[in-house]
Structure formats: structure tokens, C-alpha cells
Design a protein. Sequence first.
Lengths: 287, 138
Amino acid sequence: MQLAEPRAATQKFTIGLLRGAAGALIFGIPMLMTMELWFLGFSMPRERLLLLLLVNIPLLVLLAHRIGFERTSTLREAVRDATIAYGLGIVTSAAVLALLGILTLDMPANEWLGKVALQSVPASIGAMLGRSQLGGRNDDYNEEGEEDDVEKDDELATGYFGELFMMGVGALFLSLNVAPTEEIILISYKMTPWHSLAAILVSIALMHGFVYAVAFRGTHQLDERTPNWHALVRFTLPGYVVTSLISLYVLWTFGRLDDTGWTQVMMSTVVLNFPGAVGAASARLVL
Amino acid sequence: MTITSRKDHSHREQQKPGPVEWLSGLVSAVLIVFLIASMAREAFVEDSPPPQLEIEIKGIEKVGRYFRVDFELANRSASTAAAVHVQGTLRREGAELETSEVTFDYAPAQSQSTGGLLFEGDPAAGTLVIRPTGFTEP
């Protein structure tokens, strides 16, 4: 038993790595196969790409702290898991782009770097989610058995800003999927202000409904005495604002806001908020 | 604060929210009302006249074999134009020396886009006219 333990630990870690790579694939493939993202990889302003790569680090650390490859309790472990997820994101992105013939040997090195770097952000979030969402039931119980002395109860408290952060991650993830495509700006050109008014209200209603009304696994319950509008004001409306900020950031990163009039900025934000709101709401259920 | 149970993965909102939650809620509500109000203003007040396209030459530079003319395409209207064709004609003493063309995918409403046209002859030596020649609705 004593001798078998390191081997078992290595095996567990390898399984964790493979799940991470699987997650990077599942969540990353839609973006790895999007033409606009290949072009953005070498054409987008370098300082914006750098900022996105840097923003991804604290995001992964916080996410690792919450879900992680292992259930992390210390900052060091969270940083380690975030590093592994980022690494998996880079390796998976490079491998898939090379497989699809998008990275070729006659390309300059900075084109390789740009394309892989941009794709590694969603892929690394996918790697992180892969571990938490693809984890088998059985070893979850085992883990809980092992960690009984560490965690006294089976409840996990999320602070208010933790909850908003989760919504931000969900919104970012879905936004990254659709924001680079030309469709987002084309839709915002086609929509009238009436359409966008409807889109705002529908997005907020969806966000609220996903979390509180539809009885998904992971649905949020309210105290019986708490009126429904309390949760709307405390969680859903701030969630929509967080989603809007994420949309603005993502649109700016991909250069969709440059030299653009204020009305157009609002319109494309509202359009991107629609998938963003769905992402934010599902993050609250899933994570 | 939200309490998540590891057993059935359910979430329960805390009964006594702190003032931060209400404050964030209030600020968010104000921002969203502002967003909705701006959209409503667009819907009620603004009419959408057809795109109004203008071109301003920003600079001429000789790069390699060609002269590159940088220009800015501005759309001053509240409607977006798509597939905007821009043609540059270089004339000297009435004779048309050469023309160059470029197409912009979009000229967004109340926004600017930049582009360039390439010429073999020096545009400074003759008369250069750059104008939009057509567009479609997106």
C-alpha cells in the first residue's frame, strides 16, 4: 500500500491532465476552427493580445481556486493548476492548428506565436472546466472521503463578488466564441433600436430564468420569504452589467470598437450580451 | 453570498444580503435603465437617413514601386453602409492617367474607417480625386 501510493498519485495526475486536454478540445474547437481568429492572431494589435494573455492568468488562478484540477486550498496549488491549464491550452491549440494545416512551416514565427497565443486563452479556460465537468462520479466520492479531515462540511460558500466573477467567466467564454466573427457586427447593423431594446430585456429575462426559474441541476433557490425581485436586483442586474463590461472588453480586444460611433458601440455590446448573458447564467449553474 | 452544496450541487442564496449587494444592484439598475433609455431615444427620436459618405486624404507616401494614398472614409449618417466602393482617379491636364479601386466591407454609422489606394504615377504631380462610388444596405 505504501509503495503503491506514489504510482496511484501519478496516475491520478495523468488522468487529470488528459481530462484537461479533453476540456481544452471540447471548449476550444469552435474557436480553433473559426477563420477570423486565425487572422486576428497575427493582425490584432500586440498590446491588446498581451493584455488578454495577462488577464487570463489571474482569471485561471481564481477559477482554479474554485474548481481546479485538484480541489485546491492554497494559493500555490491554485497557481500550479492555472499554469498547467494554460500550458495545456497552448499545447492543444498548437497541435490542433498544426493538424488543420493552419500553422505551416513557411510561416514566420510571430504568426505562429500570435495564432497559438490567442487560441490558448479559451482553450485554457476549457482545460480548467474539463477537469471539473468531466470528472467521474466515483473519484469525486473518493476525493471527498480523502478530504474529510480538511473539509468539515459539504457546503461551499461563494462570496458575492465570487458569484459575479463566475458570471464574468461564463460571459467571457461565450463572448470569445462569437465576438471575433463578422456576424456580431453585421447583426448589430441589421438590428433596429427596437430589436436591441427587445434583446436587452430578453437577455435579462433569460439570465434570471436560467438561474432561478428553470429547474436545472445547480439551480439557485431563494428563501421562501424573499421576493423574486430581490434576486433580480442583487444578482441578475449586476450580472448583466458584468456581461456588458466583458462584451465591451472583448469587442475592444478584437478591434471592433475602433473609430466607431457611440450608438454602434452600444448596439454591438447589446448583441454580444445576448450570448454573454446565457454564458453568465450557465456559469452560475455549472460552477 | 451563495451557499453551494457539494452533495446535490444546489445553490441557495443567503437570506441576509449585505449592503454591497444592494448597492451593486442599484448601480447596475441605473446603468441598465440608462442603456435602455439611450436605445429608446434612438428608436423614437432618431430617423435613419441613407448613409452619408465622405473621404478625406490623410497622406501620400512612396513605398517601393508605388505611391500609397492613405485616406479616411467617414459615414456621417445614422445608417450603416456595406460594400462601399471607393475609386481614386489620377488626372493630368485633363487626361485620365490611372484609376485604383478598393472596397470596404462596411462603413459603420457615425464612424470612420481608413484605407489606402496605390498608384504608379506620383499623385502630387496631377489631380487626384478619391470618391465613394456606391454601397449596399447591410
